[in-house]
Design a protein around this ligand. Structure first.
Ligand code: ADP
Length: 283
């Protein structure tokens, strides 16, 4: 009889296999440029069945990383974007009325547990407390969920993994994850990529030349250094890509940067004016 460990070793690809999947030039795998040891950490966490927490500001590649890794590992990725209304019922499932009958319908967490998917709970700290508690029994030795509405206990398959994302700067003291939750996860911190990496990412994603991408990244670097603007959050790679896409589709570069970088960052006229000025001298 096979032990859990040997079954896991057979069903989970090796680190070398995963590396090979990543070098697969086929368009099936979302482009992801590693900025540290996150690929190795993720695959080792997967093989060791350790839940993962991705920390970092919005738009810096956390979701793209998981899309990429799920393909490399070879499991379905089930993503839940959490918000302040996300409840345990939303995650686990509910009874729905269909054609006069009441039918149980699995929520995304239950579906991921049953099928051995990678469950990505984006912005988990936004969710209601009862939703956060759902993941507790999945992130310790039990690896199970209990559906109190149906009385069913479901053991997660060996292939199942939980990943959460968390933006500590943004949630600040408002919605911090409790130690009892966060200490269940190994954690990877995502930040803005360095200039060379970000130029490659922006050029690739926006389909613009490296010289234009370099200018956009230069603007971002300057804005990120301007701490006196007291922005809630600074320019993300996502915003640079949006500016690049507008340029690629024919909007003049300055107008594209004002629309995609300056305006989304803040509502204060003075702050926007300072960023506009910076854009005007840079592109
Ligand atoms: P987050 O989940 O952290 O809010 P995303 O993963 O949605 O951010 O990143 C926003 C966009 O930035 C992605 O759609 C992708 O185009 C790009 N991106 C950011 N970092 C990377 C990276 N390291 N490699 C490839 N693309 C990236």
């Amino acid at each position: 009889m096979k032990t859990n460990q040997t079954m896991l070793a057979e069903s989970v690809p090796s680190l070398d296999q995963v590396r090979e999947n990543g070098s697969d030039a086929s368009a099936k795998i979302a482009f992801y440029l590693p900025t540290g040891n996150e690929v190795d950490l993720c695959i080792h966490a997967y093989r060791s069945r350790i839940p993962l927490m991705l920390k970092g500001p919005t738009g810096c590649g956390k979701t793209r990383f998981m899309e990429h890794m799920a393909r490399r590992i070879g499991r379905e990725l089930i993503t839940v974007s959490c918000n302040e209304d996300t409840s345990a019922t939303d995650l686990l499932g509910r009874h729905l009325i269909r054609g006069g009958d009441t039918v149980w319908t699995d929520g995304p967490v239950t579906r991921a547990v049953r099928t051995g998917a990678i469950l990505y709970l984006d912005e988990i700290a936004e969710a209601r407390a009862d939703a956060i508690v759902v993941i507790h029994s999945l992130t310790d030795h039990r690896r199970e969920i209990f559906l109190d509405r149906t009385g069913e206990s479901i053991q997660a398959s060996d292939d199942f993994m939980v990943v959460i994302s968390y933006n500590p700067g943004y949630q600040r003291s408002l919605r911090e994850l409790k130690p009892s939750t966060r200490q269940r996860f190994a954690s990877i911190t995502f930040g803005y990529p360095n200039e060379r990496e970000e130029i490659r990412i922006v050029a690739h994603e926006a389909e613009i030349d490296a010289a234009t991408a370099k200018k956009l990244v230069g603007i971002a670097t300057k804005i990120r250094q301007l701490t006196e603007l007291s922005l809630l959050e600074s320019v993300s790679t996502r915003l640079l890509i949006a500016a690049g896409k507008l340029i690629a589709s024919g909007i003049p570069p300055r107008a594209a940067c004002i629309a995609a970088i300056a305006e989304p960052l803040d509502d204060e006229a003075e702050t926007i004016a300072a960023i506009r000025q910076l854009i005007e001298i840079s592109i």
